[in-house]
Write a protein that binds this ligand. Structure first.
Ligand code: NAD
Ligand code: IPM
Ligand code: MN
Length: 394
């Protein structure tokens, strides 16, 4: 039994999450595991109606009663910036001590990348983003606010404990990946001579315990350039909270767009639930039009199952997550050369690749590949036929 708290949130959040839930339903039937999923009403609507984001008691309730959180996105134009982002998303990350934000940067076969000549063999790395420190701590303040002599500070915090536990996680992960066994620290030691000096020293010291993992260091500006010019050099990246946020939007862009990129906020000690969510935000520009690409949310569901299975030592749930990821990977080549996902998807031209259409296209492609499913598919007009039709995956 896996107990999931779902926070659809704002904008396209609930739309894309529901597609992930359809996959979960199909997987539970197929693999014979049970789940309980509760949709929780936190987000912008509640803030506007009740002037409350989420209380300490409500977070404690989630911590006590659920294994994991599945989140869509938060943030809307009629709520001031930061209210929902800090008050809900960052509150959950911090209060549940989800100190790792795991963000795969992986080009699935058939998804178009804007990097000319690159294939899925070139772009497959993992970003381990520290998730509870840095500029995200909220330390700082105003002095003489609103006057010509105003001062605003925002402090970057690095603790030896916080940095070290993140580095250890990254070294351990890098070891298990079937790549080069190379961990790249991304920072800015040439300017941030305190915080990133600590990172560098910890990297070298902890790295000494992992002689089988090669160490490399890149400044974040160079990293952005390499991610575009030679993304194949990366296996695993470990980086700070803010830099991790920024480079993973770039990571999304080189792997097909915001509609593809998935993430997991992990508490590897399993003392509190993790939280899985697309890298993208609430995309108010396309919300309510049913045109958001749900792959990021579907892949986040796959990660949710893989990681929860791992933590709970439940091979069935882990296998279900693997199968969902394989299902996405398997169907992507059907769309070779098609711009499946681009920001600005609401233009008439790119609407062609909207979810509704994409769903139908995918099912049609599956019928060609698996004609034996034809009758089932015809019955299930808006169902999960596309997903079930492709099983068992290789
Ligand atoms: P965004 O990721 O919401 O949107 C950026 C661009 O990508 C937009 O053009 C959008 O249409 C497109 N896009 C995003 N997801 C897509 C999808 N699934 N399919 C197709 N296109 C997609 O970022 P933003 O516009 O900077 O932020 C909007 C709001 O979301 C803000 O309030 C921001 O604070 C919030 N936000 C929340 C999260 C989160 O909850 N995890 C993450 C990022 C931003
Ligand atoms: C992300 C988002 C969040 C972040 C915001 C909404 C607080 O951009 O998950 O990437 O900066 O971490
Ligand atoms: Mn971000």
């Amino acid at each position: 039994m896996i107990k999931i708290a779902m926070i659809g949130g704002d904008g396209i959040g609930p739309e894309v999450c529901e597609q992930g839930v359809r996959c979960l339903e199909a997987l539970a039937q197929r693999h014979g595991f049970e789940y309980k999923l509760q949709r929780l009403p936190y987000g912008g609507e509640r803030v506007l109606k009740e002037h409350v984001v989420i209380t300490d008691d409500e977070v404690a309730e989630i911590k006590a009663n659920y294994d994991v959180i599945y989140l869509g996105a938060v943030g809307r134009p009629d709520v001031p910036p930061g209210v929902l982002e800090r008050g809900l998303l960052l509150k959950l990350r911090f209060d549940l001590d989800q100190y790792i934000n795991l963000r795969p940067v992986k080009l699935y076969p058939g998804i178009a990348t804007p990097l000319a000549g690159r294939t899925s063999a070139d772009i497959d790395f993992m970003v381990v983003r520290e998730n509870t420190e840095d500029l995200y701590c909220g330390a700082g303040g105003f002095l003489r606010k609103g006057t010509p002599h105003e001062v605003a500070t925002q402090e970057m915090i690095a603790t030896r404990m916080g940095v070290e536990r993140c580095l250890r996680y990254a070294f351990d992960l890098c070891r298990t990946r079937d790549r080069e066994k190379k961990l790249t620290l991304v920072g800015k030691t040439n300017v941030l001579t305190y915080a990133h000096d600590l990172w560098m020293r910890a990297f070298e010291e902890v790295g000494g315990e992992y002689p089988d993992v090669k160490r490399e260091y890149h400044h974040v500006d160079a990293c952005c350039m390499y991610m575009v010019a030679k993304p194949q050099i990366y296996d695993t990246i470990v980086t700070t909270n803010m830099f991790g946020d920024i480079i993973t939007d770039l990571g999304a862009a080189i792997t097909g767009g915001m509609g593809i990129a998935a993430s997991g906020n992990l508490n590897p000690t399993a003392d509190a639930p993790g939280m899985f969510e697309p890298v993208h935000g609430s995309a108010p520009d396309i919300a309510g039009k049913d045109i958001a690409n749900p792959i990021a949310a579907i892949l986040s569901m796959a990660m949710l199952l893989q990681q929860t299975g791992l933590l709970k030592h439940d091979a069935t749930i882990q296998a279900a997550g693997d199968e969902l990821e394989a299902a996405v990977a398997k169907v992507c080549p059907k769309f070779e050369g098609k711009p499946l996902d681009r920001p600005g998807i609401s233009t008439t031209k790119s609407r062609i690749w909207c979810w509704g259409r994409w769903d139908r296209m995918m099912r049609r492609a599956m019928l060609i590949a698996f004609p034996e499913n034809r009758r089932q598919d015809e019955r299930e007009v808006d169902g999960i036929a596309w997903l079930s039709a492709m099983w068992p995956c290789a």
